[in-house]
Ligand binder design. Structure first.
Ligand SMILES: Cc1ncc(COP(=O)(O)O)c(C=O)c1O
Length: 403
């Protein structure tokens, strides 16, 4: 039995309108119809949660239906290949996690640090990239060296180099900050770090699904990301990339079925045959096949539109947003002006207005944004994805001007 009885009316618009035209040929207005997003509300908070398009929702729902009809809950093995191909790496380098934070914890707990070893982070971390490193600091006495993000890639690279000492073991920064959307030059930083024997452990929450990303080219050692933001996949799905030659450097702490090569446990013998030769060693136990089917559909969705085309659209919206907000008086734009230092976010403050006043005034106009309390910025973050339009941004400008 299928799920027709619980499908919303708009469901049918998925397989049915628009999809006779391949996604790569569709206009952005047509692509917007693939999203069940409310029409009378402007959603500008993709940086927190990326709403899924119909093909993803349908894949999840079909899989829930199938697993519960058959009892074959399966194992999301094949998705790993697809995810790896999407990011330009090997499937053996991908661990399937539930969110970015889980990947960051695997890095923060698994790297072999001694007390006094130093890790470089920023003052603009999301809790997900702050707490795991602070936890390792309090458990094992590592030292966090912290810098404030600057306005250009050159200055940020310099700030990092200035913090490096003979005790530096890792650079654990975001690809794109959650606060101002500042983009760090990860390729350059990784190349520098490798020469010095420093690991690069990147928080990629805003890197997957925005850039035309190839992790091999990017050159970092580890990259934790999720599918529920810019990849437009289901909530609670993530990944961790671990460079192949570092599998044995990053200790697996939590393990279970499928983490191991072999094991024996009986009255006569107790032996552990070591970890499996892939990043699968970091994930274990029952996973959600429906969520993984949703991830595969999200990867397909991106590929069918085209990764490069998506990045170009994100940049086009970001430029429009940056210029529009910059032309409104009384706003302090906190996102760097430099093109390479921004991508999908613009963050601003209004003189004399609190974060709460701003978010509730915009909310009253049915515009959803995120307040940025991190680093005491007291600012508003606008994050836009391919389903947003210039018209929506014009309405934002009007509302902000009125405030
Ligand atoms: C930069 C950054 N890192 C980490 C996280 C945590 O992501 P997740 O909820 O997938 O663990 C977020 C979430 O917004 C983020 O913006």
């Amino acid at each position: 039995m299928g799920l027709a009885w619980m499908a919303p009316a708009a469901w049918n618009s998925l397989e049915f309108p628009g999809l006779s035209i391949p996604l790569y040929q569709q206009s952005w207005d047509q692509i917007r119809l693939q999203f069940p997003l409310e029409k009378d509300r402007i959603y500008l908070n993709n940086g927190t949660f990326g709403p899924s398009p119909f093909p993803v929702l349908k894949a999840v729902q079909d899989s829930f239906d199938k697993t519960n009809r058959t009892g074959n809950y399966g194992n999301p093995g094949s998705g790993r290949e697809k995810i790896a191909e999407f990011f330009g790496v090997k499937s053996t380098e991908i661990s399937l996690t539930h969110n970015t934070t889980e990947g960051i914890n695997i890095m923060a707990q698994g790297l072999p640090f001694q007390a006094g070893d130093e890790v470089i982070v920023t003052t603009h971390e999301h809790a997900g990239n702050a707490i795991p490193w602070l936890n390792r600091m309090s458990l094992d006495g590592i030292v966090l060296r912290v810098f404030e993000p600057k306005d250009t890639q050159e200055e940020n690279f310099k700030a990092i180099k200035n913090l490096v000492s003979s005790r530096t073991k890792a650079i654990a920064i975001p690809h794109v900050t959650c606060t101002t959307g500042t983009v760090f030059p990860i390729r350059q930083i990784s190349e520098f770090a490798r020469k010095k024997g420093i690991w690069t452990a990147i928080d990629g929450a805003h890197g997957a699904g925005t850039f035309d990303l190839n992790l091999k080219d990017l050159g970092c050692d580890f990259y934790a990301g999720c599918f529920h933001k810019w990849m437009l996949g289901p909530n609670g799905s993530g990944f961790l990339y671990v460079r192949e030659n570092l599998l044995d450097s990053l200790q697996a702490i939590y393990v279970g079925a499928k983490s191991e090569k072999s094991w024996v446990l009986n009255e006569h013998e107790t032996s552990f045959g070591g970890y499996t030769d892939s990043a699968h060693r970091y994930d274990y136990g029952t996973q959600s096949t429906p969520l993984h089917e949703g991830v595969v559909a999200a990867v397909d969705f991106h590929q069918q539109i085209g990764k490069a085309r998506i990045e170009a659209r994100i940049r086009e919206l970001n430029n429009y947003l940056f210029d529009g907000l910059s032309s409104i008086g009384n706003l302090e734009i906190l996102t760097p002006k430099e093109q390479n230092s921004r991508l999908c976010v613009v963050t601003f403050r209004v003189q004399g207005k609190s974060l709460q006043e701003m978010t509730s005034s915009l909310g009253a106009n049915r515009i959803r944004v995120r307040g940025i309390h991190e680093a005491n910025l007291n600012a508003i973050r606008i994050s836009t994805h391919i389903y947003n339009s210039f018209d929506e941004l014009d309405r934002l400008f009007e509302s902000v001007s009125q405030i």
